[in-house]
Structures are given as structure tokens and as C-alpha cells.
Ligand binder design. Structure first.
Ligand code: UDP
Length: 409
């Protein structure tokens, strides 16, 4: 069975037929995606499935990764923090380093394409240093909430945006006024990937036992890079508030390093200190390819948390909803697009708020089941890869023929 037939079993024939028709219109187009890491974080996760599916649909798709030294990642991490409103401390030389690394990468990356998707701020200046004509159309795909950025960071980045034909944001509230065509395209997950595919009970339990997590006791889970915006300490606090009344409860915090995130080690140390010697609190540092393990943990959790203080879209939320789990999430970014009170989970504003909702969900298993089922269908309709790719293809057709209805394909 080919890849598209397998997706058809999940999303139905009409959706796949639409994708095939759009793919035929775009067949042979050379598309390159550029980001800053092959492993770790949501963007790498998406590109991992998107490139093969584009190829299956007849597109000549590739993935390039911008390379920099540790100083470069320190600076771009500050951009990320600054875009999300944290105080930062960057000198003019740091901004220059960003531009210089882009210039060097423009020389050695293989960028020749009809369309180049540039993901996030790290590679944003590639168009400036790429000979005219090498790339047909540049598209800046911003996954971050850029609505209230640090002024200096935004001034720097917007100098790069003017070289793009279009921009793409995940949701309206992430955007800023820009004089380029702007598209709103939420991200998605791949239901057939190891991270999300069905696991039978014996496989799931086996994986849990390997990770030394008790499969027979209720478990709370948060899967996240160790990043302050993900608020792992707030999750521990919420768990502790509930634990006294529910001594059987376990908390699992799963994280791994992203190549482009230099702050992870520091946050991890704080988490370990706070976790102390609680044998029911598992901090699991898993290698980047631990998709089956994360799948098994998400399927085993009684409630999934994503208590972020700031968030892009929050793919971990999508993954958990797809597995029929209610999600308690910080009321921020794309989490608010996915978590709806009493429908798919609860939005919370504090550790105490999270604890309150955990208690409620632990008490009412029927509500957990109902919310889980609603979440699963909600993701099927809105946040699977087929919808995502259809949106990208429609956008490309619109850019080629502005004003036409790409979905009439
Ligand atoms: N992830 C992972 N291992 C980890 C932590 C996260 O594989 O240790 C995955 C997670 O399952 C999700 C992605 O990385 O697919 C994180 O995406 P999200 O949008 O939630 O957050 P980001 O890291 O992009 O801010």
C-alpha cells in the first residue's frame, strides 16, 4: 500500500483526492525548506513527514539546515525569546553575527528552487545573499508568536522580511502588520508517524516498563524541551498540590535537547533540583528519535499537561488530543486554539489552576473519556498533515495565479 492510500484510511477519500489534484497542478516544482535543526522541536518534527509526502505527490522537495556556531544559536535563541516578549541583551555585534552566518550559509546551502520556505528567524537573511534568480519565490514561515516582539529584534528581522514574496503564520494573533501577502496556516501532526500511530497495549506497556514508569498507576505527563516558557516547574508545583490527596499519582516530564537551544541544560538543572528524590516524579531525558516512547507515554497518561507560559502552536497538545487525552494547557498561543474548556480539556493560568483541573479530571473518568473523544475528532478535522499540505499547495497556486480559487483544482 502506498503512503497516500494509508492516509486515506485516516482522513477519507475526498481529502486525498483533493491533495492529488493539487499535487498534479504543482508536479515537478522544486521546493526547498530551510530551518535550523534536523532534530528537536516542532518544526523539525513537521519537516520530517512533510518532505516525503510532498515527494509522493510529485513535488521535487528537499530540506536544508542552516549551520552556525554556539554563539549563533545563543543569538537566535535570544531572538526567539525577544519575539515572545522576554527581556534580552544583544549587542550590535550579535545582530551582525546573525547576518554573517546567513551570508556564509547562502554560499554553501543548496537553495536552487522554485520556492524556498524559510522557517523562523534563524535563516531569515538567506534571500539577501542568494544570487537573483536562484530561487523563484521566497516564503517566510514564522512559527512563533511575533505579535508583541522586542523592538530591536523586530527591527532587525523586518529588514529581512522585505525580501520575501509572502509570509505564513500559524494563527491570526501571532501576526504583525506586514506589507507582504500573509497566509494563516496552522501546523499539524502525522497520524502514521511512530510518534502518533496506534500502539497495542502490550507494546505500550513494554515501553513503559523499560522507562521504569508504572503502567498501572495514573500518570500526568508533559512532553517538552526544557525551556522556561514551557513552565516545567509550574507543572511540578501543580502535581505536588494534587499528590497529597492522590498518593498513587505519578508525574512524567519528558524532554530532550534541541540542537538549536542552548538554555536547556540550565532549565533541566532547576527541574532536577525541584524534583528532588520523589520516586513518582520521573524526569526522562530521551534521545531525539524516541518517538515510540513518547507515543506510549502519551497513550498511557490519564491527563496530558502543556502548561506553557508562551507557546507557538504546541504540537504536543495536538499529539495528546489525537490520542484521546484531555489536555490541561496554559492559556497561550496555539494551545488556546486546540484546548477548549469542558470540550477538549482546560486552559489554565497558574499551577493552582492546573491542580484544580487535574483534581476534576481525576475524579470524573466519564468526562475524561468524552473530552478525549472530542479532541481526537477535532484534530482529525483540523490538524492533520493532509489539511496542512492542502493549505500550502493552495497558497502556492494562489501565488502563481493570484485571485484564482485553488480549491477548484
Ligand atoms: N519532542 C520530542 N522529544 C522531546 C520533546 C519534544 O520528540 O523530548 C517533540 C514533541 O513530541 C513535539 C515537538 O517535539 O512533536 C515539540 O513541538 P511543540 O510545538 O510542542 O514545541 P516546540 O518545541 O516547537 O516549541
Amino acid at each position: 500500500m502506498n503512503l497516500l492510500d494509508r492516509y486515506e484510511e485516516v482522513v477519507g477519500r475526498p481529502e486525498i483526492d483533493r491533495l492529488r489534484r493539487l499535487g498534479e497542478r504543482l508536479a515537478g516544482k522544486r521546493i526547498v525548506h530551510v530551518n535550523s535543526t534536523r532534530q528537536g522541536g516542532g518544526v523539525a518534527e513537521i519537516l520530517g513527514w512533510m518532505i516525503p509526502l510532498m515527494v509522493e505527490l510529485g513535488i521535487d522537495a528537499r530540506w536544508e539546515v542552516i549551520q552556525g556556531n554556539s554563539d549563533f544559536y545563543r543569538v537566535t535563541k535570544s531572538f526567539h525569546n525577544g519575539l515572545q516578549g522576554l527581556p534580552i541583551n544583544l549587542r550590535p555585534a550579535d545582530y551582525q553575527l546573525h547576518v554573517d552566518v546567513n551570508e556564509a550559509n547562502a554560499r554553501h546551502l543548496n537553495l536552487e528552487a522554485d520556492v524556498a520556505f524559510i522557517h523562523d528567524p534563524q535563516p531569515i537573511f538567506l534571500p539577501r545573499f542568494t544570487p537573483a534568480g536562484k530561487v523563484g519565490r521566497w516564503i517566510w514561515r514564522c512559527h512563533i508568536d511575533a505579535s508583541r516582539p522586542n523592538r530591536g529584534v523586530w527591527k532587525h528581522l523586518s529588514g529581512g522580511i522585505k525580501d520575501y514574496a509572502a509570509t505564513v503564520f500559524s494563527m491570526p494573533s501571532f501576526t504583525r502588520p506586514l506589507d507582504r501577502p500573509m497566509f494563516l496556516i496552522p501546523p499539524s501532526i502525522d497520524p502514521l508517524a511512530d510518534k502518533n500511530r496506534f500502539l497495542d497495549d502490550s507494546e505500550r506497556v513494554q515501553i513503559l516498563e523499560k522507562l521504569h514508569v508504572d503502567p498501572d498507576r495514573p500518570m500526568l505527563l508533559q512532553v517538552s524541551r526544557f525551556d522556561r516558557f514551557k513552565d516545567p516547574l509550574g507543572v511540578i508545583e501543580a502535581y505536588r498540590l494534587v499528590k497529597t490527596a492522590h498518593p498513587e499519582l505519578q508525574l512524567v516530564l519528558v524532554g530532550g535537547p534541541a540542537d538549536d537551544d542552548p538554555e536547556g541544560a540550565e532549565v533541566l538543572k532547576d527541574v532536577m533540583d525541584r524534583a528532588g528524590d520523589d520516586a513518582d516524579l520521573h524526569v526522562l531525558l530521551l534521545p531525539p528519535d524516541s518517538h515510540r516512547e513518547i507515543n506510549a507515554l502519551q497513550r498511557s497518561a490519564v491527563i496530558v499537561l502543556q502548561k506553557s507560559l508562551k507557546e507557538g502552536f504546541g504540537l504536543t497538545v495536538t499529539e495528546a488530543l489525537w490520542k484521546g487525552k484531555p489536555v490541561i494547557g496554559g492559556a497561550t498561543g496555539g494551545i488556546a486554539l486546540q484546548v477548549h474548556d469542558y470540550q477538549t480539556g482546560f486552559l489554565v493560568y497558574s499551577p493552582a489552576g492546573a491542580a484544580y483541573r487535574i483534581r476534576y479530571l481525576l475524579r470524573y473518568s466519564d468526562k475524561r473519556q468524552r473530552m478525549g473523544a472530542t479532541g481526537h475528532e477535532f484534530v482529525r478535522e483540523n490538524f492533520l498533515l493532509t489539511r496542512h499540505l492542502r493549505d500550502y499547495f493552495s497558497m502556492l497556486m494562489w501565488l502563481d495565479h493570484p485571485g484564482t480559487d485553488a480549491l477548484a483544482a
